[in-house]
Design a protein around this ligand. Structure first.
Ligand SMILES: NC(=O)c1ccc[n+]([C@@H]2O[C@H](COP(=O)([O-])OP(=O)(O)OC[C@H]3O[C@@H](n4cnc5c(N)ncnc54)[C@H](O)[C@@H]3O)[C@@H](O)[C@H]2O)c1
Length: 267
C-alpha cells in the first residue's frame, strides 16, 4: 500500500525539472497525477533534461509506474484555463487531494534585473508566472478541496524569496517568490477550517538538468551552504512527500527551506 493510494494530485510545471520529479514521486507513492505545463515536452529545451527522461513525457512515465495520468498544456497565468483543468481532473477522477504549484522561474540575468532598473516586460512575466500562477492554481482547486473538507497544497518559493541576491539582481524573481511564501501563510489561515493544509517549500540551488547545463557557478553555490553540496531533485521530493502525506498532519502555514543551510542565497 503506497502512502498516497487512492489520492489524486495536480503538479504544475511538471514537464521537466523539479516538477517532473515531484510528479513521479507522488505517483510512486500511489497517487494518480495530472501533469500541467505550458509544454508537456518542455524537457526538449535542454539536452540534460531530455537525457533524464524514461519515456516521451512525464505523463507516459507516470503511466509506466502503473498510475493514471492526465496532461494539460496551459499557461498558469491563465486563470480560466486552470479552472477548466481542475474541473476536468475532478470530472475524470472525482477528487483533487493534492496540488503542488511548482510552475515558475525567472527571466533575464542578475545584471539585467537589478531592483532599481527592472524592465516592465520582465517584471510582468515573472510576477505572472510565479505569484499569479500560484494563486490562480490554488483558487482553481480550492472549491473541490473545501467541498471534500481535505486537501494538501504545496507552493514553491526560493532562497531568493527570503534573502536578497547579490547587488540586487533578479529582484523581480525574489519579490515574486517572497510573495508566494507570504500568500501561503494567509492561505493556511483561510483554508485550515476545511481541513486543508497549505505549506511552502523554498528550495536552494538544486541540480536539475537545466541548471547543470546552464550554470557556470554550480561549485560556487555549493560552497555557500553548510552541507557543501547542491541540492538534488530527490532531496526536494523528500520534502514534497512529507508535505503531501499524513506525516505533516499538524504542519500548515510553514515555509520550509531545503537549501543545505545556505547563508548567501542567490538562486
Ligand atoms: N532549480 C532550482 O535550483 C530552484 C531553486 C529555487 C526555486 N526553484 C523553483 O522551483 C520551480 C521549478 O524549478 P525548475 O528548476 O524545475 O525549473 P524549470 O525551468 O526547469 O522547469 C519549470 C517548468 O515549468 C514550466 N512553466 C514555466 N512557466 C510556466 C507557465 N507560465 N505556465 C505553465 N508552465 C510553466 C516550464 O515549461 C517547465 O517545464 C520553479 O518555481 C523555480 O522557481 C528552483
Amino acid at each position: 500500500m503506497g502512502k498516497l493510494n487512492g489520492k489524486t494530485a495536480i503538479v504544475t510545471g511538471a514537464g521537466r525539472g523539479l516538477g517532473r520529479v515531484y510528479a513521479l514521486r507522488l505517483a510512486s507513492l500511489g497517487a494518480d497525477v495530472a501533469v500541467v505545463d505550458k509544454s508537456l515536452t518542455s524537457y526538449r529545451e535542454f539536452q540534460a533534461e531530455a537525457d533524464l527522461m524514461t519515456a516521451e513525457s512525464t505523463v507516459k512515465e507516470i503511466e509506466n509506474l502503473g498510475r493514471r495520468a492526465l496532461g494539460f498544456e496551459l499557461d498558469v497565468a491563465d486563470r480560466g484555463a486552470l479552472e477548466d483543468m481542475a474541473k476536468a481532473v475532478f470530472d475524470t477522477w472525482g477528487r483533487i487531494d493534492i496540488l503542488v504549484a511548482n510552475a515558475g522561474g525567472g527571466s533575464g540575468t542578475p545584471m539585467t534585473t537589478r531592483a532599481s532598473d527592472l524592465a516592465a516586460q520582465d517584471l510582468t512575466l515573472v510576477i505572472e508566472r510565479n505569484l499569479y500562477g500560484t494563486i490562480f492554481s490554488v483558487n482553481a482547486v480550492a472549491p473541490y478541496m473545501k467541498q471534500a473538507r481535505t486537501g494538501k497544497i504545496v507552493t514553491i518559493s526560493s532562497g531568493s524569496g527570503g534573502q536578497a541576491g547579490e547587488a540586487g539582481g533578479y529582484a523581480h524573481y525574489g519579490t515574486a517568490k517572497a510573495g508566494i511564501a507570504m500568500y501561503t501563510r494567509y492561505l493556511a489561515q483561510d483554508v485550515g477550517e476545511y481541513g486543508i493544509h497549505a505549506n511552502c517549500l523554498a528550495p536552494g540551488y538544486t541540480d536539475t538538468g537545466r541548471l547543470l547545463q546552464l550554470s557556470t557557478d554550480a561549485p560556487g553555490t555549493a560552497q555557500k551552504n553548510a552541507l557543501r553540496r547542491n541540492g538534488t531533485p530527490e532531496d526536494l521530493a523528500n520534502v514534497i512527500e512529507f508535505l503531501t502525506t499524513d506525516l505533516s498532519s499538524f504542519v500548515t502555514g510553514a515555509v520550509i527551506q531545503a537549501d543545505g543551510g545556505t547563508v548567501l542565497g542567490a538562486v
